[in-house]
Design a protein around this ligand. Structure first.
Ligand code: GLV
Ligand code: MN
Ligand code: MN
Ligand code: MN
Length: 394
């Protein structure tokens, strides 16, 4: 099943994936999901928020244990971020069936829409909509880089955007959500463990920054006559790095648009996005406030204008302790891990007991074509997930 998914949305030039919500590559991933579910006689549905579900067992037999992750990717993402959780979910069901397990409650496999926010800008959009963390009108009006709206893009993909919004009934039918995910840093290498249990997700957010100046000629405009938004932007990138370092946080500017983007023209506008995260909410607030101050001071000096607005935010999440203890009881000695990466599990944690399993990443590299995982570690992940599903559902 992995081999069927592996080529979808993969770019030969970089080896990375571009599976953006409701684009052709992502629709192919959805078709793959449906085929894998049907092959196993699972009942497949797409909810009103574009999330995919596949059900094993009688839906009326009790509240479900749901596992899964996402199939979309960041630009030039790796193969494992997201798909490993979905593939492992199907593989765990296979293992349970092979062992003759008969669950006494339904087991669901979920693939949440637009987890990376790679197209419409807000991470975990499908799970945010499901849990009511974003209102449907705001979500419907989100646009991608070409100005396509989310609701129109869903409609083009054959989905009805009228169904967007919190789904209380669905949430009330879920007893627990377990997300297995490739670890996205180096933590497990040091722990020497193929599988770890998640404890928490750091608070993190995205800020959109508009720098406006005056377009002009690169050869004839004296330096002192310029209002160059690129200068203000560049200073903001350096400030973000410095303030984060001093506060014990991380800050990244990984996405930028320059208008008109001509080699021999001073730009009129630069749009950049700040991604900032920290273990401590206080440190995160401090970094963002200091970056804003540094940017405003610099803009004054450069004769430019700046607008900074928070586009999305996820407060710190602590996963359900009693669920985690129960999982630890099944898995035996297993290291505990907090992470600076966002996940649908972090959003769902506001509505249902939630836990995460991490699979060791031998290099720690993620959100990159170089992301990797060892097959034995992936198999350990499936084994752990199988044990967990058996414990919770049988
Ligand atoms: C998503 O993977 C994120 O943590 O940004
Ligand atoms: Mn990711
Ligand atoms: Mn992910
Ligand atoms: Mn993520």
């Amino acid at each position: 099943m992995w081999n069927d998914l592996a080529p979808v949305g993969r770019y030969e030039s970089s080896g990375g994936y571009r599976r953006f919500a409701y684009t052709a590559a992502e629709l192919e991933c959805r078709a793959w999901f449906r085929a894998e579910a049907q092959r196993r006689d699972l009942t497949v549905e797409t909810d009103g928020n574009g999330n995919l579900w596949a059900w094993w067992g009688d839906r009326t037999a009790g509240d479900a244990i749901v596992t899964g992750s996402h199939l979309d990717s960041v630009p030039d993402g790796g193969a494992f971020d997201g798909p490993l959780g979905v593939v492992s979910a199907f593989a765990a069901i296979d293992a349970m069936r092979a062992a003759g397990d008969v669950p006494r409650r339904p087991i669901g496999v979920a693939a949440f829409a637009e987890e990376e926010g790679g197209r419409f800008g807000i991470a975990c959009l499908g799970s945010r909509l499901l849990t009511g963390a974003i209102d449907p009108a705001t979500a419907a009006a989100l646009t991608d880089a070409e100005g396509n709206r989310l609701d129109e893009s869903m409609a083009e993909a054959g989905l009805d955007p009228a169904g967007l919004g919190m789904d209380r009934v669905r949430l009330s039918q879920i007893a627990a959500y377990i997300e297995l995910h490739i670890e996205q840093g180096r933590a497990q290498i040091d722990m020497d463990a193929p599988v770890a249990l998640g404890t928490a997700i750091w608070p993190h957010g995205r800020w959109r920054m508009e720098f406006r100046g005056r377009a002009d000629h690169a050869g004839t405009t004296r330096l002192e006559d310029r209002a160059d938004p690129m200068l203000t932007y560049a200073n903001t990138v350096l400030a973000a790095r410095k303030k984060a370092r001093l506060a014990g946080a991380v800050a990244t500017v990984g996405r930028v648009f320059c208008t008109p983007n001509g080699t021999n023209a001073i730009p009129s506008r630069v749009t950049g996005w700040l991604d900032a995260r920290s273990e401590s909410q206080e440190a995160l607030d401090q970094v963002v406030a200091e970056v804003e101050t540094a940017t405003r001071q610099r803009a004054e000096r450069d004769g430019t204008e700046v607008t900074i607005s928070r586009e999305s935010f996820s407060a710190e999440v602590a996963f359900d302790e009693s669920l985690r203890d129960r999982l630890a009881g099944v898995l035996g000695p297993v290291p505990l891990l907090a992470t600076g990466a966002g996940h649908d599990a972090g959003i769902l944690a506001s509505a249902v007991p939630t836990a995460m399993l991490f699979v060791r990443n031998p290099t720690g590299i993620s959100h990159s074509p170089a992301e990797s995982a060892e097959i034995p570690d992936c198999l350990s992940g499936v084994e752990a997930l199988t044990e967990v599903l058996r414990e919770l559902a049988c």
